[in-house]
Ligand binder design. Structure first.
Ligand code: SAH
Length: 364
């Protein structure tokens, strides 16, 4: 853990600077402006951990930079590996707060599920993260840290192919950090060079903020989870207080979808709560006319949760009703459940209870 005094003695964390701030630092050091891109490339493309690794800066310049700055990567990371190949990363940040990311291999994809907050302000009744409240928003570099760490964990010939902002927290409640993190991820000159088409941001329904996503070029997923106002108010009270189901769906209808893109609607299936034929029929009506697909997520239980997972038969039945209405509908495979790495299972358990659940594979 880094106390404030020690942090200031060590200088500014280069990863905390956006492009204009990096340019200012470079100017203050009296260096030519191209040096800013050079340093940024070391941070994001070459994942340097020390200023000394920046070998295209002279020894003297590296010393000069080290006097002012440091590279503050996460001090500690625990990796839990699931029997199904999913890996959950628990990162400890400067102030001791922990945040989780999950790497999910599947056929030809390798998807990283990223967190935007430690905890969450929302209180969706079926989500473990919701029970812990919000510890704090993540900063842009703490979001990027999850990507850098996961990439470093992989063999050099393996690349993360897709990124979903579906980890801990509500991405649109931390919009500034989210946007800056996406800018660094998608920057081709010095950033990670990600295509925004491979990035999906999932929201519980902060309708008034949807439009902020469009200019970033990423995909939009909306967690619907209910088909009546009452049901949604019961299951997702906080977010439903901000925007009703009706408001949310009209925001989705107005969303400036790029050609060839679709909105993804996520729908957590809770046995005997929202998984009946009548729910499926209402869902069809609600999303009619929106270019979309539906991802059904059978509920992933966690200790103390009040809901049940429907049987496979019930899930297939729900899917078939949507299919008949010609909706593209997929069932999200549950991955990493044994390490509490599946949807809605991130956070809150004490590390000692996690240890009884899982085997710690490595620390990095
Ligand atoms: N706050 C954002 C992103 C995090 S949740 C959002 O709500 O979209 C990512 C997805 O997991 C959401 O679709 C959410 O509805 C779903 N989810 C939450 N808890 C779950 C659980 N216990 N089982 C299955 N899916 C869950």
């Amino acid at each position: 853990m880094l106390d404030v005094d020690r942090a200031s003695r060590l200088g500014v964390n280069l990863l905390s600077l956006d492009e204009p701030k990096m340019a200012r630092l470079v100017r203050q050091l009296g260096w030519p402006s191209y040096r800013s891109g050079q340093i940024l490339r070391w941070l994001y493309q070459r994942r340097a951990r020390t200023i000394d690794q920046m070998t295209d800066l002279s020894q003297t310049d590296r010393k000069k930079l080290s006097a002012e700055a440091r590279i503050g990567r996460a001090s500690e990371c625990t990796v839990l590996r699931s029997r199904d190949g999913t890996s959950k990363f628990i990162l400890t940040l400067d102030d001791g707060v922990q945040v989780e990311a999950v790497l999910i291999p599947d056929d030809d994809r390798l998807t990283l599920c990223v967190s935007t907050q430690a905890g969450c302000t929302l209180d969706c009744g079926f989500c473990l993260t919701g029970t812990m409240g919000l510890k704090r928003n993540l900063k842009p570099h703490e979001i990027i840290e999850q990507v850098l760490t996961a990439q470093e964990y992989l063999p050099s010939d393996e690349r993360i192919s897709n990124m979903v902002f579906m980890g801990m927290g509500e991405p649109l409640a931390n919009l500034d950090s989210l946007s800056e993190a996406i800018r660094r991820l998608t920057n081709n000159r010095w950033g990670l060079g990600w295509s925004p088409r491979r990035i999906t941001v999932s929201t519980a329904g902060m309708a008034s903020r949807l439009n902020a996503l469009a200019p970033l070029g990423v995909n939009l997923a909306v967690s619907l989870n209910a088909t009546t106002e009452e049901q949604r108010a019961r299951l997702m009270p906080a977010v439903n207080g901000v925007a009703s189901l009706k408001t949310l769906l009209s925001a989705c209808r107005r969303y400036p979808l790029a050609p060839n893109r679709r909105v993804t609607f996520e729908y957590v299936l809770l046995a005997d709560v929202n998984d009946r034929a009548a729910d499926a029929e209402r869902l069809i009506k609600l999303i009619r006319g929106i270019r979309c697909k539906v991802n059904l997520i059978p509920f992933n239980p966690f200790p103390g949760s009040a809901f049940r997972r429907p049987s496979d038969r019930e899930v297939l039945l729900f899917q078939s009703i949507l299919r008949k209405a010609r909706i593209d509908v997929f069932i999200r495979k549950s991955r990493g459940r044994d390490v509490l790495g599946a949807c809605g299972q991130l956070g809150n358990l004490t590390s000692s209870s996690e240890r009884t659940l899982t085997q710690i594979e490595s620390r990095c």
